[in-house]
Design a protein around this ligand. Structure first.
Ligand SMILES: [Fe+2]
Ligand SMILES: [Fe+2]
Length: 471
């Protein structure tokens, strides 16, 4: 893939390279007419790899995988060529040739849209880095003019800043519309300060159009980026949350207990995410899918046994362990098969971290004593949660299972159980690899226990027919 995209960009550089960096003078230029394009490709590749490489390694919240690196470089180069095409095409249009200075076309370069896409698909820190790199490159397409560079830096930042949480298409269009006045003002001010009054009106109009179009452009680019690079935006997550999805409808039909548990975990995790400013959409939707690996073997999990005998009573602890541990691996496999995206797949893999299968540990004590098994064998393979959202789902999952086993608990009892679960997970070191502070942990625990207490309180026993009051 990287070789393919490299070849595409080399051809594009060859087509336009001679304009930006004319063929080298003298003998070398005559012998190798494309030397300018090669030099430009090298320079741009060096710039992008140094810039994103340094930030990806050293900036804690940027940590770029190879896929992100490829995505950002492709997007920056795409923007560069889109900028060149926009400027070249518009300067050719006869209708616009009178009265519109060529330089103001630079205010149409769609950087805000691309910065919004990066923020929605990766994160805000990366969108700032992208805005700087893409501004420098795209300003080169506008003959390296200062007003163009300053405008792109400002417009990209403004676009990214307004695309905070985008759970649907309307919010994306709204973010673009809110960017438009900033872009219009910036373009008009820069045009006036650098070139006087001649093109101020056109600069303002082009800036506004750029902002207004950023929403639709971002909406068009995002699905392509999602399917090519495996990202999952909040919009995609919302689409996945409908029970019409084949995996969720199977979960509902074949493992109703697990489905109910997943919906509850989603509600708890969403409340936890709201409490600490994590992503509530990701928490709710990933929770819906966190136990899809239980499909196919529902009777092995307590939530689906509905009072029928426990199959583990007749199984050896070793066999029970193998079946239960396999639901994480099977979940990751199903997530890949149904293309749920990396964010959900990672959470499925991390929702138990390396925690112990406490329910079988007691039964396995004799085996451990005789040296036939070790406690480590009864741990999930991990990894531990690496994001705040994965940690919240781990806490919500364990708390829901623990409180479910209580019979009509009082709020204090719910609170004590949740606190016990949170402390056990923390002391077991399961939260060592994520960015959850102790304050966050406390806030998430409190939010989860409030929701659980409310749900437990709401379970009203209906009076038998004929004995109750009216209503
Ligand atoms: Fe699970
Ligand atoms: Fe679960």
């Amino acid at each position: 893939m990287s070789l393919g995209s490299g070849a595409v960009f080399a051809v594009l550089f060859y087509l336009w390279g001679h304009e930006l960096l004319p063929r080298a003078a003298g003998r070398w230029g005559g012998t190798f007419p494309f030397v300018g394009a090669v030099a430009l490709t090298l320079a741009v590749a060096l710039f992008l790899s140094e810039w994103f490489g340094f930030a990806g390694r050293e900036v804690r919240k940027v940590r770029l995988a190879a896929r992100d690196f490829l995505f950002l470089c492709s997007l920056a180069l795409l923007l560069f060529f889109a900028a060149k095409a926009v400027i070249d095409l518009l300067s050719e249009l006869p209708a616009l040739q009178h009265g519109v200075p060529t330089r103001v076309y630079a205010y149409l370069i769609p950087l805000p849209a691309f910065a919004m896409v990066v923020r929605v698909l990766i994160n805000s820190e990366t969108s700032i880095l992208f805005t700087v790199a893409a501004s420098v490159l795209s300003a080169a397409a506008a003959s390296g003019r200062w007003p163009a560079l300053l405008f792109l830096l400002l417009a990209g930042t403004a676009g990214a800043a307004r695309a905070r949480r985008v759970p649907d298409r309307y919010r994306m269009l709204l973010a673009g519309a809110q960017t438009a006045p900033v872009c219009a003002l910036a373009a008009a001010a820069l045009e006036f300060s650098f070139h006087g009054g001649g093109g101020v009106l056109w600069a303002g109009i082009f800036g506004a159009v750029n902002g207004l179009l950023s929403g639709p452009i971002a909406l068009a680019v995002m699905p392509v980026a999602e399917s090519a690079f495996g990202y999952a935006s909040d919009i995609r997550l919302m689409e996945l949350s409908g029970t019409g999805h084949p995996l969720l409808s199977r979960l509902m039909r074949e493992t109703p207990g697990t489905f109910h548990h997943s919906v509850m975990v989603g509600t708890l995790a969403e409340a936890g995410a709201h409490a600490i400013g994590a992503n509530p959409v990701l928490c709710r939707v990933a929770a819906l899918y966190h136990d899809i690996g239980k499909l196919g073997k529902p009777q092995y999990y307590s939530e689906n046994q509905f009072g029928a005998g426990n199959v583990h009573d007749v199984l050896s602890p070793g066999l029970s362990r193998a079946v239960i541990l396999s639901h994480v691996k099977e979940g990751i496999r199903l997530a890949g098969e149904f293309r749920l995206g990396e964010r959900i797949t990672e959470i499925i893999g991390q929702h138990h971290g390396t925690s112990l299968l406490y329910c079988f540990l007691d039964k396995a004590k004799p085996m451990i004593r005789d040296g036939k098994a070790s406690e480590e064998m009864f741990r999930y393979p991990g990894p531990k949660p690496r994001t705040r959202e994965a940690a919240i789902i781990m806490l919500a999952d364990a708390a829901e299972a623990a409180v479910r086993s209580l019979d009509r608990p009082a709020p204090q009892e719910v609170d004590a159980t949740v606190t016990g679960i949170v402390n056990r997970i923390y002391l077991d070191g399961q939260l060592n690899d994520c960015d959850l502070t102790l304050r966050d942990l406390h806030a998430v625990g409190r939010a989860i226990s409030q929701v659980l207490a409310a749900v437990a309180h709401g379970r009203v026993d209906y009076p038998e027919a004929g004995k109750g009051g009216i209503g």
